[in-house]
Ligand binder design. Sequence first.
Ligand code: AHR
Length: 503
Amino acid sequence: MALQASMIVDKDFILDEVDPRIYGSFIEHLGRAVYGGIYEPSHPTADECGFRRDALEVIRRLQVPIIRYPGGNFVSGYNWEDGVGPQSERKQKLELAWWTTETNQVGTNEFADWAKLAGTDVMMAVNLGTRGADDARNLVEYCNHPSGSYWSDLRISHGYKEPHRFKTWCLGNEMDGPWQIGAKTAVEYGRLANETAKVMRWVDPNLELVACGSSSSGMATFADWEATVLDLSYDQVDFLSLHTYYNNNENNSENFLARSLDMDQFISTVASICDYVKAKKRSKKKLYLSLDEWNVWNSIGTSRATERWQIAPAEFEDTYTLEDALAVGCFLITMLKHADRVKMACMAQLINVIAPIMTENGGPVWLQTTYYPYLHASLYGRGKVLHPVIRSPKYDSKDYTDVPFLEAISVYNEEQSQITVFAVNRHLSETLDLDINLRSFCEVRLVEHLVLEHDDLKATNTKLHPENVIPHNQGTARMEEGHVQARLSKSSWNVIRLDVIKE
Ligand code: AHR
């Protein structure tokens, strides 16, 4: 007999509204993300600005609400002035985060143009590694002030009469990491973040600001860093960042698919620290979380390109398996489970660098396995998250106990009268029979049951075989007396879509 699991989907069990920005992404001046990814003037599909239309098309399909830019580690040595003004006059510079040569052909204005084409907002990051409050407030003035000041008039002279009005800004990147250009102690960073935030807001009071949390929960300073930084900057910031990457380099799939339990714990812990500082300060303000770097990163730790000062060398071009896509699905479900706290998140990164989308210079674009759970969550995971009331058989893995074979969540989109259930069957060899009780809805119709699966857990999509792992809509879900009954294949990502006919 197949394993049995059940869940209750009740419209009164509202956790919170999903902030669509949890489906954000990230493009850094790293590897071929910018040059060869979104921008390649000599590519046959390039538009008049040099942007690859083929890449834009598959990015638009994702409906990415926000993209973090320009870094990442890159931002901590970046002088944004190098990337504005006539492209022919821009200087090539040594880029010290990744030991490459930065041509500066793409900078703030080009990225703003591209983001418009991609239909996304920009989450800007300022350099708090080699620079500080002065350059940050100049950049805000350049980007967001309408006119009548030195920096805003400079932007106008560069051909951008209308301000970009970027709202969301990161106060540096991973400032706790020894690898970071200009890394800082928590006290140094907390003070700097506070003062920088203050003057940035004086230039533009509409800003929404993100302070750096730890680079990962594995940092020796984790938790102390968060508490100290917030102690020094709580009133000036709106979000605290979390970064987390996972890999299966030990080749233990049961354990790897349970890594979302670590993400879950990480989110809960950081939320508790925020609330501790809130209590200490007798503050009324709730701080939200920005999981602005997360993904599977199997090539992590392989360091920089061996030959220094290349222009846009191929770096961190991980090829993702079905198993990686299932892990990504579990991470997305985990974020949805924390929809009341995680209000922004960026899959790191979007194209060519640990990314769901790959390109070849001068060649085609193709979609990795991880593209699909990301696409489904972004398209169908908007609305209200309903508390997951789930029963599932469990297993123990090397690092985790009581791992449910079923990882699932439901989202109710009242405006469109739709319910979506996202579900991963973590079992590597057994199907899982899922009963979904829809007791609070009078009449519901099954729209489709999408499934991402493959006989081989290690199956990938490549340039030559781009459609080896793609979703189908032949899932087994069916309606039966107000319940959905679905048999979830072993190691599968499932999206069960329902229309509410009568509440
Ligand atoms: O996303 C790749 C890198 O990972 C980023 O530059 C950095 O912030 C993180 O360590």
